[in-house]
Design a protein around this ligand. Structure first.
Ligand code: KG4
Ligand code: ZN
Length: 353
């Protein structure tokens, strides 16, 4: 089965063609980062306008790259992200996908963006078969999301832990702004932190949450994180200790990164103690972080489970993960033509149509 995937949930217009869920025939991503850079964050109005301009060309390009020409007839289904994300961005991709599915007379499949990030690890040729991997602990870490997901099998997801406020990527981006390191902040902090020898020199709060916090709902405190206090701690630290020069900035950035990464590694270790998992699958832009990769490697080695990481090109937003997950039989299939965008969708949510 050959699926054309479309993704427009935030600031990337992307399309990809994937065969049988695993073989990526093409993956085209138009990144809007330079458009949003002057504002230090994604501006929804600019994002949706850019999606409208670019999505058609990106889709055509993905078909040409896959087949060597505009061979629309070889596509068996059209898959698209319907949430979560910016409503005005999601609607561009969803409308394009509906139009295309109608025109081609092929089924439309609605895909959850977070579940797709968790699937992205299976796009590597050396990844195990997702249908034979057993119970997987998913960790989605991006600019908008941070959650731990129990995944007994592909297509079956339940959140067991999450951030109660800022996502990990958001915490990186806000800190980079305060430190004058630019946007997006994660890669900048990752880069300067590598130059620092003692990354835990400054004791920033470790993102802990307390049992009894109403924001936890039914979730356990030892599987959740809170990063808003960390950002405030950084603000106060900078006020009291203005950094003199690049080296001082790097030292602060490294300690700040260590607090985020430490929290993510700690909750992952705890989740592995509580469940019988065969692997940890990590997706989303923050999974590119070198220090996070190293800490998760330690955690999974200690627990004796496999660590599945996405290839760098599939860590950030892309459409191969959308088409891939759809090719595995997941997603909203019956009545998908009447799907609306779901900006606040969470992993495991089921949509009533
Ligand atoms: O998955 P993604 O491309 O988009 C969302 O769905 O949000 O993630 C973007 C986020 C940004 O916050 C960016 O700062 C962060 O991923 N990021 C990183 C790194 N590369 C990207 N964070 C930490 N270290 C990195 N190397
Ligand atoms: Zn994403």
């Amino acid at each position: 089965m050959i699926v054309l995937g479309i993704e427009s949930s935030c600031d990337e217009s992307a399309a990809a063609v994937v065969e049988d869920g695993r073989t990526v025939l093409s993956s085209v991503v138009f990144s809007q980062v330079p458009l949003h850079q002057p504002y230090g964050g994604v501006v929804p109005e600019i994002a949706s306008r850019s999606h409208v301009e670019k999505i058609g060309g990106v889709i055509r390009e993905s078909v040409v790259q896959a087949f060597g020409g505009l061979e629309w007839g070889r596509i068996d289904a059209v898959a698209v992200t319907y949430g979560p994300g910016l409503a005005s961005s999601l609607i561009v991709g969803l409308s394009a996908a509906k139009g295309l599915a109608l025109a081609l007379g092929k089924p439309l499949i609605g895909i959850n963006h977070i579940e797709a990030h968790l699937y992205s690890v299976f796009l590597s040729p050396d990844a195990p078969d997702p249908r034979e991997t057993g119970r997987v602990l998913g960790l989605a870490v991006s600019g908008g999301h941070t959650c731990w997901v129990d995944q007994p099998k592909i297509g079956d997801y339940r959140i067991i832990g999450q951030t109660l406020d800022d996502a990990a990527g958001e915490a990186f981006d806000k800190a980079a702004k305060l430190l004058g390191l630019g946007y997006p902040g994660g890669p900048a902090i990752d880069r300067v932190a590598k130059t620092v020898r003692s990354p835990d020199a400054i004791p920033f709060p470790k993102g802990r949450t307390k049992e009894g916090n109403p924001a936890l709902g039914t979730l356990r405190a030892d599987l959740c994180v809170s990063f808003s206090g960390l950002k405030t701690a950084l603000m106060y630290y900078l006020r009291n200790n203005p950094p003199a020069g690049e080296e001082a900035v790097a030292r602060i950035a490294a300690s700040y990164q260590e607090a985020i990464v430490g929290a993510l590694a700690d909750r992952t270790a705890r989740a592995l103690e509580l469940g019988d998992y065969s692997a940890v699958a990590v997706g989303g832009g923050v999974s590119l972080n070198g220090r996070l990769r190293a800490r998760l490697r330690e955690v999974t080695d200690r627990a004796g489970v496999r660590l599945l990481l996405a290839e760098p090109r599939y860590c950030g937003d892309n459409a191969a993960m959308i088409a891939g997950l759809a090719g595995m039989g997941a997603g909203v299939r019956e009545g998908a033509m009447s799907l609306d965008v779901c900006p606040a969708l969470e992993a495991g949510d089921r949509i009533e149509l």
